[in-house]
Design a protein around this ligand. Structure first.
Ligand SMILES: [Zn+2]
Ligand SMILES: [Zn+2]
Length: 258
């Protein structure tokens, strides 16, 4: 879940926590968009001088709702070459987990940005998906992340390659399995043009076959989105053969039945 510090989410962490308690959730996690080494890299993340404020705001939600377990995390952008910076971020606070996400397929194009939708028309969809999954595979292989976020984000606007992408998925998922990295079931996809949870049933079935663990996320950018469509996510997970998900505390995992 996110906070206003990333400049495109609404509601303070305590408001998300209040919503979670009202829904009967017992544990939530904040994973706002991490700062880049270079501030003002884009307009949809916190600058590095906001990191302490972020940690304090999550701490306030913990104090306001002691009955709720609240995890402190980051959704970290993976671009090749950022590894050292990500290690520095990891050392700054006691994090429960890092979600590694690929939004960029070059230094300047975030494939999920509605402001950069025109870029899609300049590129072959398969080439974009191939670069995206190559970087996602590198993220899984980096050892920097417990979870890989929204694994098939390129489908956000409903633009799919004509070519079969199974080999891209296979390579990514085999790497996630080898490195013991979990894949997130992210319900935000249901709120986008693709109208489908990230990742697709096909990817999830392949993940299950390879023994890749899962987590559940709503990717809430407002309190009203907390835990949104979790019943559908659980149904999808069960249909793919999952009965357990992963939970993280101070970057150590345990399995939880659902
Ligand atoms: Zn966001
Ligand atoms: Zn994301």
């Amino acid at each position: 879940m996110h906070t206003p510090l990333c400049l495109h989410a609404a509601g303070e962490p305590s408001e998300y926590a209040a919503r979670a308690v009202a829904m009967g959730l017992t544990e939530i996690g904040f994973s706002d968009h991490s700062p880049m080494r270079k501030d003002n890299f884009d307009e949809w993340r916190m600058n590095s001088d906001k990191l302490s404020e972020y940690v304090e705001n999550v701490g306030k939600a913990r104090r306001d709702f002691p009955q709720l377990t609240i995890k402190l995390a980051l959704e970290v952008d993976y671009l090749p070459g950022q590894e050292e910076w990500i290690r520095e971020l990891a050392a700054r606070h006691t994090w429960d987990y890092f979600i590694g996400s690929v939004h960029y397929v070059s230094e300047s194009w975030a494939i999920d940005s509605p402001h950069q939708l025109a870029e899609w028309r300049k590129h072959d969809a398969y080439e974009v998906w191939a670069v995206y999954f190559d970087w996602l595979t590198r993220a899984a292989d980096s050892g920097l992340f417990e979870i890989i976020g929204h694994a098939d984000l390129p489908k956000k606007f409903g633009i799919y390659p004509e070519r079969d992408c199974t080999s891209l998925f296979d390579r990514f998922l085999q790497t996630a399995a080898n490195r013991n990295v979990a894949v997130e079931l992210n319900t935000a996809g249901l709120r986008k043009d693709c109208k489908e949870i990230y990742p697709s049933p096909k990817i999830l079935q392949l993940a299950r076959q390879k023994g890749v663990a899962i987590t559940f996320g709503s990717d809430a950018h407002a309190p009203g989105e907390v835990g949104m469509n979790f019943a559908e996510a659980v149904q999808l997970a069960r249909a793919s053969g999952y009965a357990e998900c992963r939970r993280f505390t101070r970057r150590k995992w345990e399995m939880v039945k659902f």
